[in-house]
Design a protein around this ligand. Sequence first.
Ligand code: FAD
Length: 154
Amino acid sequence: MDDRQFRNALGKFATGVTVVVTEVDGKVHGMTANAFMSVSLNPKLVVVSIAEKAQMLEKIKQSGRFSVNILAAEQQDLSMIFAGQVKNHQEVVFDHRDGVPVLPNALAQISCEVSAAHVEGDHTLFIGKVTDIFVKDSEPLVYYSGKYRSLAEG
Ligand code: FAD
């Protein structure tokens, strides 16, 4: 099995898109991620999977805190910015929730503290204990087969 076949198969799993955000020494760093899921209801835990080559890895290790921001349909530009696909972009402004930077207008802002980190292959799974949440009702940005999509009306 080659890498392309693996990526193609896993790309058939339609997901939302998040931006994971953390702050070290007053400097905010964001990264687009779709490897995100809910882990436990009691206690409230989520997981994000961060590549070993990502700048984000050391930053989360240092801060011990991060937020997961679930993007709305009209926030594709932010997904591209925080995936490093757009270079000369406008400054991004952040809010804070429970002391963690969050993205304004995201569908959900989930503030977490790291409760565990598991190195698995070339990624690290950060388990986040949820400390605060904000939710808004709107349409999500969707990622499927390597492309951005939106939900079709049912
Ligand atoms: P960099 O590449 O240095 O930063 C990412 C970009 O964000 C840069 O362009 C930087 O300028 C910008 N940026 C960071 N902070 C700020 C700020 N404060 N203000 C303005 N701009 C800022 N990778 C994973 O490890 N796990 C995943 O689950 C994952 N899912 C992905 C899903 C999608 C849909 C896409 C498109 C990519 C995904 N990636 C994932 C890849 C990941 O987003 C990129 O490799 C990313 O560039 C890695 O970020 P980095 O932490 O190395 O930082």
